[in-house]
Design a protein around this ligand. Structure first.
Ligand code: UGA
Length: 479
């Protein structure tokens, strides 16, 4: 059992703190924001994260997890201190590390015995060393010679499934510069020895880079498949089939190959920018990451073009938007495509009515003049177009007849490819999705060969039969 203080009760800090307590460690989660601590002490979680409430409640009840705004006491009581504070993007895309260095300085000013300072927040390569030097210099100013170590232990938690990701990780990365630090951190994650979770023991710099490289690679996969989707629209292919077939190659893997409106959230946009920024600063600019960022920006605008293509000028049009969070299972609207798209559509004169199962309150703080509906059907009433911006499960099973009856114009832009183009057309919708053309060449003038291939887009081997000569949803972007 290790005594741990977690500095920062944001999403990473709280999930990590609760998870480590669940592994039997004694954890205090610290935040200078007293209101937040008061909320947590009342057993309330300040954001929506599936099953986090249960884990917090269990560990508080069993005495392994507590909350405090007394930073000094927490620093002195713990041997291991996890820094999980925010690293928002600075003006040029670089990560703003002032909170990280602030926390490190306070630890150095207050420590009276050995501390293992573990960096949890995503920080550029080299930050661990800067923290090391900072703590050394503060201790020197204090005239104290107290042993300490700095380590990097990046997290790979996805919002919406963070607790599950914490409990069943693909790997644990432990970056240290001393056997003692490695020993302590390995002990904290001891429970993973049982199920043989790979444990990567490496230096602090490698650990820092692993985090950025992983996120940037996933973001690159997304931008890549979005480019293929756009190509499908131009040449008449179906990106869902292309992605599935690509993904069946074990070397490529099927995950993160869903074409859509581009990635959002608090991680990929920020981390790709930061990686691009510190690669440039290191004299090794990353062309791939730069292109990933660029493609992502363009993909968002493309969603606006899709709406325009379908309904013409947006001025005075009623647009329904389903989904506001940057992805399902979270109320996080940071860098959400939905929010961006709404602002762009409003700029062009559209009136927007929106619905999201959990993110409306947070979205309201970001948006103006949006009407929030009680459910999907109230959102689409009288709409000239429906934009599906986030793939919440409940949007996958809408009653299409009811939808058609309620809307003023039967136009749907499905940014997440959750509906089948043929089904939507048969139901009477003008439907546009991302990269899904079912084009086959027109053979009507040719003598019947009896051999015209009709199954042109089937992801599961069943259904997907389209009439030869049909040119359908997803194609026809005006050039
Ligand atoms: C991401 C990583 O997946 C985590 O491993 C990492 O720990 C986390 O960032 C972080 O750095 O803290 P998260 O931002 O919660 O997690 O969300 P993802 O599920 O990765 O999705 C990110 C964005 O990519 C979303 O906007 C999602 O809609 C989009 N996406 C994802 C696609 O457009 N296509 C895909 O195939 C997958």
């Amino acid at each position: 059992m290790e005594k741990i203080a977690v500095l920062g009760t944001g999403y990473v800090g709280l999930v990590t703190g609760a998870g480590l307590a669940d592994f039997g460690n004694e954890v205090t989660c610290v935040d200078l924001d007293e209101t937040k601590i008061a909320t947590l002490k009342q057993g309330k979680i300040p954001f929506y994260e599936f099953s986090l409430g249960e884990v917090v409640e269990r560990n508080v009840r069993e005495g392994r997890l507590s909350f405090s705004s007394d930073l000094i006491a927490a620093i002195r009581a713990a041997r291991t201190i996890l820094i999980a504070v925010g690293t928002p993007p600075g003006a040029k895309g670089e990560a703003d590390l002032s909170q990280v260095f602030g926390a490190a300085r306070t630890i150095a000013e207050q420590m009276t015995s050995y501390k293992l300072i573990v960096q949890k927040s995503t920080v550029p390569v080299g930050t661990g060393e800067k923290v090391l030097r900072l703590v050394e210099s503060v201790l020197a100013e204090r005239g104290k010679s107290i042993a300490f170590d700095v380590a990097s232990n990046p997290e790979f938690l996805r919002e919406g499934s963070a607790v599950e990701d914490f409990m069943r990780p693909d790997r644990i990365v432990i970056g240290t510069w001393s056997p003692k630090a490695e020993h302590i951190l390995s002990g904290i994650y001891q429970r993973f020895y049982l199920n043989e979770t790979p444990m990567i023991r490496t230096t602090v710099q490698s650990a820092e880079l692993i985090k950025y490289a992983s996120n940037a690679f996933l973001a690159t996969k997304i931008s890549f498949i979005n480019e293929m989707a756009n190509l499908c629209e131009a040449v008449g292919g179906d990106v869902k089939v292309v992605a599935r077939a690509m993904g069946l190659d074990g070397r490529i893997g099927r995950k993160f190959l869903h074409a859509g409106p581009g990635y959002g959230g608090s991680c990929f946009p920020k981390d790709t920018l930061a990686l691009a920024s510190f690669s440039r600063a290191a004299g090794e600019p990353s062309k791939i990451v730069e292109a990933t960022i660029d493609v992502n920006k363009r993909q968002r605008r493309r969603m606006l073009e899709k709406v325009r293509d379908l309904v013409g000028s947006l001025s005075g049009k009623e647009i329904a938007v389903l989904g506001l969070s940057f992805k399902p299972q979270t109320d996080d609207v940071r860098d959400s495509v939905a929010i961006d798209l709404i602002k762009l559509m409003q700029k062009e004169g559209a009136n927007v009515r929106a619905f999201d199962p959990v993110a409306m309150e947070r979205a309201a703080a970001e948006l103006r003049k949006v009407e929030f509906a009680e459910d999907s059907y109230s959102a689409v009433k009288g709409a000239d177009a429906l934009v599906i911006a986030t793939e919440w499960n409940e949007f996958r099973t809408l009653d299409l007849t009811k939808l058609l009856r309620l809307m003023r114009q039967p136009a749907v832009v499905d940014c997440r490819n959750i509906y089948d183009p043929a089904t939507m057309e048969q139901a009477g919708f003008r439907y546009v999705s991302v990269g899904r053309s079912t084009y086959v060449p027109d053979r009507s003038g040719a003598p019947a060969s009896g051999g015209v291939k009709k199954v042109i887009a089937s992801t599961n081997g069943a259904g997907g039969k389209k009439k030869a000569g049909a040119r359908r949803a997803g194609v026809g972007r005006k050039k």
